[in-house]
Write a protein that binds this ligand. Sequence first.
Ligand SMILES: Cc1cc2nc3c(=O)[nH]c(=O)nc-3n(C[C@H](O)[C@H](O)[C@H](O)COP(=O)(O)O)c2cc1C
Ligand SMILES: Nc1ncnc2c1ncn2[C@@H]1O[C@H](COP(=O)(O)OP(=O)(O)OP(=O)(O)O)[C@@H](O)[C@H]1O
Ligand SMILES: [Mg+2]
Length: 584
Amino acid sequence: MTDKAPSDPSRHEDVDPTGLAAGRPAEGLMDVGASEPIERPGLHHWRESTITDPDLNDRGGVFFAAIEMTRMPMILTDPNRDDNPIVFANKAFLDLTGYEEEEILGRNCRFLQGAQTDRNAVSELRDAVQSKSAIALELLNYRRDGTPFWNAVFIGPVYDTDGHLRYFFASQLDVTRRRNTEQNYRQAQKMESIGQLTAGLAHDFNNLLQVVNGNLELVAATQDPERVKRYVAAAQSAAERGAKLTRQLLAFARKTRLEPRPVDLTQLVSEFSELMESAVNRQVEIHLSLRRGLAPVVVDADQLEMALLNVVNNARDAMPDGGLVTVSTLPLRLDDDAADRDLPPGDYIVLQVEDQGQGMSADVLERAAEPFFTTKGVGKGTGLGLAMASGFVRQSGGRLEIDSEAGRGTTIRMMFPVLAPDRFTATDRPEHTPVNAIVDDGSAPHVLVVEDNEEVLAIAREILESAGYVVSTAFSGDEALRFFDASHSDKRVDLLFTDLVMPGGMNGLVLADAITERDPSVSVLMTTGYNEELVINGTRARGTDVLSKPYRRSELLDRVSQALNRRGEGGGRRRRSEFGAVQA
Ligand SMILES: Cc1cc2nc3c(=O)[nH]c(=O)nc-3n(C[C@H](O)[C@H](O)[C@H](O)COP(=O)(O)O)c2cc1C
Ligand SMILES: Nc1ncnc2c1ncn2[C@@H]1O[C@H](COP(=O)(O)OP(=O)(O)OP(=O)(O)O)[C@@H](O)[C@H]1O
Ligand SMILES: [Mg+2]
């Protein structure tokens, strides 16, 4: 944008043969991208000039009249005077800014700036003025009455024939209306995306509900046990798909309950390669280019596999006639370039997937990671693959980047921060214990289930009772605590299984504290539908075990028996890991 001024006026190309004034054409160099105020490349106007008569008082000619008649604000400043003050301002400048001439002559132009003016833009101006370069940019300025406006400023140096800098010339233009229109347009696009998201969600869930309800109705209408089995299986599989859909959406919203642990990306990818192979068809070849000895990153391995699979599936879809997909791992150090990537400086590991497919046009690229954005036609894509992957990577403290051009293939880079070794102590993942039926010899463990949703409570009770547990229930923390105080002495509660977020004053964490304060040997298992602040901040600090909803029967029973087995180890609760979730 800026260009060094030549102090040698003979380099000026637009030389008037009579030797009056000369200039160097802008040649499109002063354009501020798409926001150029003259709406087309400025080729001929001068970006710097040389004058033979530096006198400001010669105001008799038509050119001076033109300057005073134009609606384009213009000023001159004198860089040879202290602080480069305004020495001339035309009438349009007074109209634009609302000042009187005597209020501005002798002052530096920075009086137009204010609280919301972008400081980076100001330092660009400062650098240009200091280096005597021409510059064009837009920044927020304020009128005399305090109203803000977007000012498209152009500044260029004016030399005398000896090559001395005599003035700076500037023109200004109020481009507020155009900027507002652009902002409204972006806002409208955002609303459209939200509409699309809601509609997509409603559409997919309606289909799933249709299947679930339809099959349940069929169950109610038949006596044939074989049919019942079939209908139930169909309903279950639809509900499973619904659960998968919400998992992807939560990942997009960066609200997944992550179980991060140190992972060697190279090892993870090589172990996962068979599954990737089976996901692509035979014409697509997967090539691995994996760096050994990489520092571990702390991520949720299952989620990472899901993200990788989504990206590899996209590569497959982009190459219907086959081709090569290269999956690589490599280290990356970010220093000065970190801010551009919206990441803190430091060491990262990159998981990269490159394909030779059809690539994306600029519009597709811009929206590819939006949820429900798909170009794959009805029934083929849900548009959640990249949304999930980018949400997950972001939630893991990293960044997903897409490089793609129509016809040129696509490269997806998932960058994860390397954590300093002392930031993480080894995680003990819950060891898998098989579901044990409880023998009811009067010693069956007593589980207190606390859940504000009636149906969810009924299901938990049903599952636990059918496995032989003795179950008591409460709808709120207060109710649970009253029950505990009244009955724990004769009928001991062995495990508190509570929802994390409940209406009323007492959430699951507060309840668990109150109960373990009364009896530290009571085990605690929490459950939640998503990663509320509470989960991130509360359970991480305590290392509480949390079961995500929706949970399957076997998951609930596994986790309940694990929690009960842990009784006595560290007072009923123990630290599962230092990290319940990485940064959102
Ligand atoms: C000819 C000329 C015109 C300028 N016009 C404006 C302007 O319209 N609005 C503005 O915010 N700054 C304008 N500036 C920039 C400020 O005068 C000043 O250079 C800038 O604030 C950076 O310097 P500072 O950090 O000392 O304030 C202009 C500068 C020159 C030389
Ligand atoms: N590797 C790629 N090459 C070309 N286009 C891609 C690639 N990856 C994604 N896209 C484009 O981005 C869109 C969104 O991708 P995303 O994975 O989010 O959804 P989808 O693949 O359409 O559906 P889903 O993954 O949910 O089945 C795709 O429809 C496609 O247009
Ligand atoms: Mg996809």
